[in-house]
Design a protein around this ligand. Structure first.
Ligand code: UGA
Length: 445
């Protein structure tokens, strides 16, 4: 009984989420699934209207199901500040921090929601940064709120998210760790009550706010660095005729290194790594440090596109007039997100070379069409088999499971010449070659 009461008390914290991008929407939906009353707010009225109808605005496995399950029970959507701020105790800031022309993040959305919040601080509220933000953002939020409401009572905490697109719901409920950056006991207690051991039995690190802000940047940049490292190893493996996946496996057994994020290919994309790496380089510069290590990781990543294009040119000899099937448009599998997708960076080069492209992606075609509209050189088709019809080659640009499970024998029959240039190493080279393909992987013979 006491446990039940405790739980009810805990669930009584009313949660507000500002920004319904993939971080905000996932976080809001998942907190509602845990039983909290959640209000998600976005300035984009059209988006909110769709969400109110139970239609998800991004593709994320399980999200649709959980949204529909909790909608209008304990999950609500707001399109104006007065519909959210007076009614919540804890506000998670999940608004975008897009890249400015100089590489630093544009903090205007964070500033504008801080000003909005200041208008509703009649009693204590906890404001939590969840978006990836530069160090000292909390200080700026506090400064901004005080400018508008000097005597407001509030705390600011940093609780960075480590959700991966494509597995964001799973990651929310099974985090490796939870980082809580706070400057008061009150804020710490509230966040530890939300992230209690029963719901989240994982390590929790309590730090000051600045440290939590930096942990997020340091983590993302390290992962990007790790991928760039294995991509350089892949180039080296190619030169000496050995298999990068076997090298990665051998490295990965060492617990200090670990096997994950050692998948070589055409590089990292998405809304996080490219932006966050640049932001961290910029933050270092602002603090009189040259983060050349990260700059190099970034350059290695940029170069992956050119390396892949060269592979295609070398394999096809003449690209002009060739029909090329493009498998995958999203920046990684299980998402419809095409932001900074390596696939979309490769396509314009092939168009310039005079190729005719047939594009397919299980989820990202609508988003891709907005960036690369259909044209004389580009046709979007509805299935993987369709891409292969009359193709001189297949270029694999995203490692969707659907592609791994395809019947290659059937695909070969549809093609003019059986060539696969695999930017994600999804097939076993020997097996593909035994089927009669000219198979060109990354970082292996
Ligand atoms: C990344 C982080 O992994 C999350 O922890 C973090 O919360 C998130 O950014 C964020 O800051 O919001 P995400 O961008 O969704 O998540 O995707 P990742 O799974 O990290 O993949 C990023 C890119 O690296 C993809 O293009 C992927 O194809 C590529 N990648 C990943 C590789 O090329 N090789 C690998 O071994 C792993």
């Amino acid at each position: 009984m006491t446990e039940h009461l405790e739980k009810n008390k805990k669930r009584n914290i009313k949660i507000g989420i500002v920004g319904t991008g993939y971080v905000g929407l996932t976080t809001g939906v998942c907190f509602s699934e845990l039983g909290y009353n959640v209000i998600c707010y976005d300035k984009d009225k059209e988006k909110i209207e769709r969400l109110r109808q139970g239609i998800t605005t991004i593709y994320e496995p399980e999200l649709d199901k959980l949204l529909k399950k909790n909608l209008n029970k304990n999950l609500f959507f707001a399109d104006s500040p007065e519909e959210i701020y007076p009614h919540v105790d804890v506000i998670f800031i999940c608004v975008g921090t897009p890249e400015s022309p100089d590489g630093s993040p544009d903090m205007s959305y964070v500033e504008s929601c801080s000003i909005d919040i200041s208008q509703y601080l009649d009693d204590y509220k906890l404001i939590v940064e969840k978006s990836t933000v530069p160090v000292r953002t909390a200080e700026w939020i506090e400064h901004t709120i005080r400018l508008y409401k000097p005597d407001a009572e509030f705390d600011i905490a940093s609780n960075p998210e480590f959700l991966r697109e494509g597995s964001a719901i799973y990651d929310f409920f099974h985090p490796d760790r939870i980082v809580i950056g706070v400057s008061s006991k009150r804020a710490k207690d509230i966040l530890l009550s939300i992230y209690n051991d029963e719901d989240f039995p994982c390590p929790k690190l309590i730090t000051d706010v600045k440290t939590a802000e930096v942990i997020k940047h340091a983590s993302n940049s390290f992962l990007a660095l790790k991928i760039s490292y294995i991509n350089m190893i892949a180039d080296f493996c190619e030169k000496v005729g050995i298999d990068v996946d076997v090298v990665a496996e051998g490295m990965g057994f060492d617990k200090r290194i670990g096997r994950s994020f050692l998948k070589a290919g055409i590089g990292w994309g998405g809304s996080c790594f490219p932006k966050d790496v640049k932001a961290f380089i910029k933050m270092a510069e602002e603090n009189q440090l040259q983060f050349t290590l990260l700059k190099e990781a970034y350059n290695i990543n940029e170069n992956r596109i050119e390396i892949f294009i060269q592979k295609i040119r070398k394999t096809l000899w003449v690209v002009k007039g060739k029909n090329i099937a493009i498998w995958g448009l999203s920046f990684k599998p299980d998402t419809d997100d095409v932001r900074e997708s390596p696939a979309l960076k490769i396509i314009p080069h092939l168009i310039r070379d005079g190729a005719k492209l047939r594009l397919y992606d299980p989820k990202a075609m609508e988003n891709a069409k907005r960036v690369i509209p259909p044209s004389d050189s580009v046709i979007y088709v509805e299935s993987i088999e369709e891409t292969a019809k009359g193709a001189h080659a297949i270029a694999i640009t995203t490692d969707w499971n659907e592609f791994k499970n395809v019947d290659l024998k059937k695909i070969k029959k549809l093609m003019i010449t059986p060539i696969i240039i695999d930017g994600r190493n999804i097939f076993n080279p020997q097996e593909a070659r035994e089927l009669g393909f000219l198979y060109v992987p990354i970082g292996k013979p």
